[in-house]
Design a binder for this molecule. Structure first.
Ligand SMILES: [Mn+2]
Length: 255
C-alpha cells in the first residue's frame, strides 16, 4: 500500500509546547508526508475528532494525542501493517497501537515516559482487542460511524470506538506500530474520567466487564476506586515533560 493521500492525522491540541516537542516533531509530520489537522477548543475528544473527520477524505485516519511522537519511518510501517490487516482481517474498522485482547492480555508496543520503559505485547500482533488505548487510534473511515458525541470529556473513547465497531460486526485490532507516549505522571481519575466511566457503564451495561489499559470498565465500583486510590497515593505533581521524545525513541530502539 502506498501512503500518498491514504492517511491523514488528527489531534486535539490544548498545549502548544507539548505538541511542538512531541507530535509535530515526528519526521513524517515535520516533512509533510503525513498531514496533521489540529483541533483546538475541544469540548470533548469525540466532538473534536468528529470535526476533524468531517474535514478529510483520507480513507485511513490516525487520531492521536499531542504528546505522542511517531518515530522515523512510522508512516511507511503503518501502511505496511494496515495492508497486512486488510488481507488477514478485511472486516476491520478500528485499530490502535496498544490495547487489551478479548481475553484480557496486553497487545501492542509503546514507550511510556511515566513507566520509563516499553509496554510490551504479551501476544502476537496484530491481535483482536476489546479496547484500545486512546493515545493513538486508526480508523477505516468508510466503516467507522464516528465518535459518540454524547460521551463526555476526554477519556474512554477508544474503548467506545472498539465496542461500537464490534457491535456493528466489524473487527478491532492492536498493530505492531510502536510509538513514544511522552506522557506525564498523574492525571487523576476523578472529574472527567469518572463522568466518562459512568456514561460507558450505562451504555455498554450488557457487555461488562470490559478490560481497558487504565481501569476495567465494570459494574463493580471497586475497580475504579482501587485505581483512583493507587494514583492518589502516587501523589505526583503535574510538571513538564519527563524527557525528550526523540531521546526516548532512540532509547527504545524505534529509530
Ligand atoms: Mn497522552
Amino acid at each position: 500500500m502506498t501512503t500518498s493521500g491514504q492517511f491523514c492525522a488528527i489531534a486535539a491540541v490544548n498545549d502548544d509546547a507539548i505538541a511542538a516537542a512531541c507530535l509535530r516533531r515526528s519526521p513524517d509530520i515535520a516533512e509533510g508526508s503525513l498531514s496533521l489537522h489540529e483541533i483546538g477548543g475541544a469540548e470533548s475528544m469525540g466532538a473534536a475528532y468528529n470535526r476533524g473527520l468531517a474535514g478529510t477524505d483520507a480513507p485511513y485516519v490516525v487520531l492521536l494525542h499531542q504528546d505522542v511522537y511517531l518515530p522515523e519511518g512510522w508512516l511507511a510501517r503503518a501502511a505496511k501493517e494496515i495492508g497486512r490487516l486488510e488481507s488477514a482481517h478485511p472486516d476491520w474498522a478500528v485499530a490502535g497501537v496498544y490495547g487489551l485482547t478479548t481475553d484480557g492480555r496486553h497487545a501492542g508496543r509503546v514507550w511510556d515516559a511515566v513507566f520509563g520503559h516499553e509496554l510490551t505485547s504479551s501476544v502476537r500482533l496484530p491481535a483482536e482487542v476489546q479496547s484500545l488505548d486512546e493515545l493513538l487510534l486508526i480508523v477505516r473511515r468508510d466503516r467507522f460511524a464516528g465518535f459518540d458525541p454524547n460521551l463526555p470529556s476526554f477519556h474512554l473513547y477508544g474503548t467506545d470506538a472498539v465496542q461500537s465497531a464490534l457491535q456493528s460486526g466489524y473487527g478491532a485490532f492492536a498493530l505492531d506500530l510502536p510509538v513514544v507516549h511522552n506522557n506525564r505522571p498523574i492525571e487523576s481519575l476523578g472529574g472527567g474520567y469518572a463522568d466518562a466511566y459512568r456514561y460507558m457503564q450505562a451504555k455498554w451495561a450488557d457487555r461488562l466487564p470490559i478490560a481497558t489499559s487504565v481501569c476495567t470498565l465494570s459494574r463493580n465500583p471497586w475497580h475504579l476506586a482501587r485505581v483512583r486510590l493507587r494514583r492518589w497515593r502516587a501523589k505526583v505533581e503535574r510538571g513538564g515533560l519527563l524527557g525528550d521524545a526523540r531521546d526516548f525513541a532512540r532509547k527504545a530502539g524505534y529509530e
